[in-house]
Design a protein around this ligand. Structure first.
Ligand code: UDX
Ligand code: ADP
Length: 456
C-alpha cells in the first residue's frame, strides 16, 4: 500500500514514521513544500525534537519511509493521502482570532484533485473545525476528473514530548467516514493500517462529523481541567492551601482521576487554544452564545494565569523590574519538545520586556531564532528586544540575575547546582517556579525567596 502524507511537521513526521515502522506492508512518503524541512528530515538533525523519534526514522528511512518535496509525484503514487498541513487560527477577516485558517488545506485539496490519476482515500489529520470534510469533499469532487475521492477524518491525539510512546500504544485511534458502502470500505482500509499494531477494539469508527468534533472536544476538556486547577491555584495562594495537595486529593476520586491536574503558569501548544477557539466559533455560528462564552472562559483563565504570574513577580520584586536581569529557564510549551507554539513563555517574556527587564532565556532545545521570531510575532517592538539575550549555558543566564523564572518543566532544571547559582545572583535572590518542579525547601535553606504556583 502506498501512503503519502502532505505536511512534514510535528504531527505528520512522527505519525508517518510510526506507520512505516509498524505497518511494514506500507511504503510511506512524507512531502512538504518547505525544502529546508525536508532536508532536515533527510539529515541527522531532524526538525522535530521528540524522544525516540530519531531511532524510528533511522530504522525506516530509505526502506519504506521517504521524505521529499515532490508533492505531485507522491500524490499520484498514493492509495491513501494524509493531509497534515498547518491550520493556524485566522489572523484576518471573518472569524479572525477564532476560526481556523483553512487555506493550506484547500490548496492541498485542489492540488490532489488536479494531479491525481486514480481513486484515492484522503485522510484529514490536521485539527480542523467540524464539517471541514464537507468543504474538502466539494473541492475534490468539483475537480475530480472522474476519479473517486473518499474523505476520512482520523484526528491525531498524540501529545508532543511523548509522541512516540503515544503512537506506539494509543488509548484509541479514531476514524470517521461516510456511511456509504465506499465510505465504509475506505474506513476498513485505514483500519487495516493501524491494526498492524493497534488492537482492533482500540480502533473506533464513527461518522465524519463525530470524529472531527471529538478532536475539539477532547482538547477542550483537557484544557478545561488545567484552567480549573489554575483558577484554584489562586485561591490556594490566598488561603494557604497547597494546590498539589488539593489536586492530588481531588484526583484520587476515580471519577476525576489524577491526570491533567498539574497547576502551571498556563497551558500552551498548537492545539488547546486553537481548538477551543474553533469550538467557540462553531458555537457562535450555531447561535449558542452561552456555550461559546463558557468555553471561551477556559482560554481567558489561561491568559489570566500567565498575567497573574508576571504580576506576582513584579510585586515581589518591590514593584519594579526595570533594568533587572531575569533568567528565564525554559521557552518550549512543555518539556521534551522544541515546539514553542502558544507557549506561556511568549506572553511572560513579552510582559517582562515591556516592564524594561533584561531577559536572559535558556532552553535546551529551542533555538535563539525561534525565540526571537515568537516575540516579534507577539508584537514585541525592536527597542524592547534589544534587552533580550538567549544563551546556551543556563549558568550564564543566571549570572548576576535578580531572579529566575522556570517556565518549562525540563528535568535538567531539577538538578542544577543551586548553591552555585545563588552565589552568582544579586541579593535578595528570587525564584519563581511556574511549573512547581523546584525543591522549594532546599532553595529557601540556601537563601532564595521562592514563589510557586498555588503554594504557600
Ligand atoms: C495536546 C493533547 O494532549 C493531545 O491529545 C492532542 O493531540 C494535542 O494537544 P500537546 O499540546 O502536545 O497535546 O501537550 P499536552 O501534554 O496536552 O500539554 C498541553 C499544555 O498543557 C502544556 O503547556 C502543558 O505543560 C500543560 N499542562 C498539561 C499543564 O499545565 N498541566 C497539566 O496537568 C497538563
Ligand atoms: P503540525 O503540528 O500540525 O504538524 P506544522 O506546522 O508543524 O503543524 O506542520 C505543517 C507542515 O505542512 C509545514 O511543514 C508546512 O510547510 C506544510 N504545508 C503547508 N501547506 C502545504 C502544502 N500545500 N503542501 C505541502 N506541505 C504543506
Amino acid at each position: 500500500m502506498n501512503i503519502c502524507c502532505i505536511g512534514a511537521g510535528y504531527v505528520g513526521g512522527p505519525t508517518m514514521a510510526m506507520i512505516a515502522k509498524k505497518a511494514t506492508f506500507c511504503k510511506v512518503t512524507v512531502v512538504d513544500i518547505n525544502q529546508a524541512r525536508i532536508d532536515a528530515w533527510n539529515s541527522a538533525e531532524l526538525p522535530v525534537y521528540e524522544p525516540g523519534l530519531e531511532e524510528v526514522v533511522r530504522e525506516c528511512r530509505g526502506k519504506n519511509l521517504f521524505f521529499s518535496t515532490d508533492v505531485d509525484q507522491a500524490i499520484r503514487d498514493a492509495d491513501i493521502i494524509f493531509v497534515s498541513v498547518n491550520t493556524p487560527t485566522k489572523t484576518y477577516g471573518v472569524g479572525a482570532g477564532r476560526a481556523a485558517d483553512l487555506r493550506y488545506l484547500e490548496l492541498c485539496a485542489r492540488r490532489i484533485a488536479e494531479v491525481a490519476q486514480g481513486d484515492k482515500i484522503i485522510v484529514e489529520k490536521s485539527t480542523l473545525p467540524v464539517r471541514t470534510a464537507e468543504s474538502l469533499k466539494r473541492v475534490l469532487h468539483s475537480n475530480s476528473n472522474g476519479y473517486r475521492f473518499e474523505v476520512l477524518s482520523n484526528p491525531e491525539f498524540l501529545a508532543e514530548g511523548t509522541a512516540i510512546s503515544d503512537l506506539e500504544a494509543p488509548d484509541r485511534v479514531l476514524i470517521g467516514g461516510d456511511d456509504t458502502p465506499s465510505g465504509q470500505a475506505a474506513v476498513e482500509t485505514l483500519v487495516k493500517v493501524y491494526n498492524a499494531w493497534v488492537p482492533r477494539e482500540r480502533i473506533l469508527t464513527t461518522n465524519l462529523w463525530s470524529s472531527e468534533l471529538t478532536k475539539l472536544v477532547s482538547n477542550a476538556l483537557l484544557a478545561q481541567r488545567i484552567s480549573s486547577v489554575n483558577s484554584i491555584s489562586a485561591l490556594c495562594e490566598a488561603t494557604g492551601a497547597d494546590i498539589d495537595e488539593v489536586a492530588f486529593a481531588a484526583g484520587k476520586d476515580t471519577r476525576i482521576g489524577p491526570k491533567f491536574l498539574k497547576a502551571s503558569v498556563g497551558f500552551g501548544g498548537s492545539c488547546f487554544q486553537k481548538d477551543i477557539l474553533n469550538l467557540v466559533y462553531l458555537c457562535e455560528y450555531y447561535g449558542l452564545k452561552e456555550v461559546a462564552e463558557y468555553w471561551e472562559s477556559v482560554v481567558k483563565i489561561n491568559d489570566w494565569q500567565k498575567d497573574r504570574f508576571v504580576r506576582s513577580m513584579i510585586r515581589t520584586m518591590f514593584n519594579t523590574i526595570s533594568g533587572k536581569k531575569i533568567a528565564v529557564l525554559g521557552f518550549a510549551f512543555k518539556k521534551d519538545t522544541n515546539d514553542t507554539r502558544e507557549s506561556a513563555a511568549i506572553r511572560v517574556c513579552a510582559s517582562l520586556l515591556a516592564e524594561q527587564a533584561e531577559v536572559a532565556v535558556y532552553d535546551p532545545q529551542v533555538t535563539e531564532k525561534g525565540i526571537r521570531d515568537d516575540l516579534v510575532y507577539a508584537g514585541v517592538p525592536e527597542s524592547q528586544l534589544a534587552r533580550l539575550s538567549v544563551v546556551d549555558d543556563p549558568y550564564a543566564a543566571l549570572d548576576q540575575a535578580h531572579a529566575l523564572a522556570v517556565l518549562t518543566e525540563w528535568d535538567e532544571f531539577k538538578s542544577f547546582d543551586y548553591d552555585r547559582i545563588f552565589t552568582g545572583m544579586k541579593k535578595p535572590a528570587f525564584a519563581f517556579d511556574g511549573r512547581n518542579i523546584l525543591d522549594r525547601a532546599k532553595l529557601r535553606e540556601i537563601g532564595f525567596e521562592v514563589h510557586a504556583i498555588g503554594k504557600p
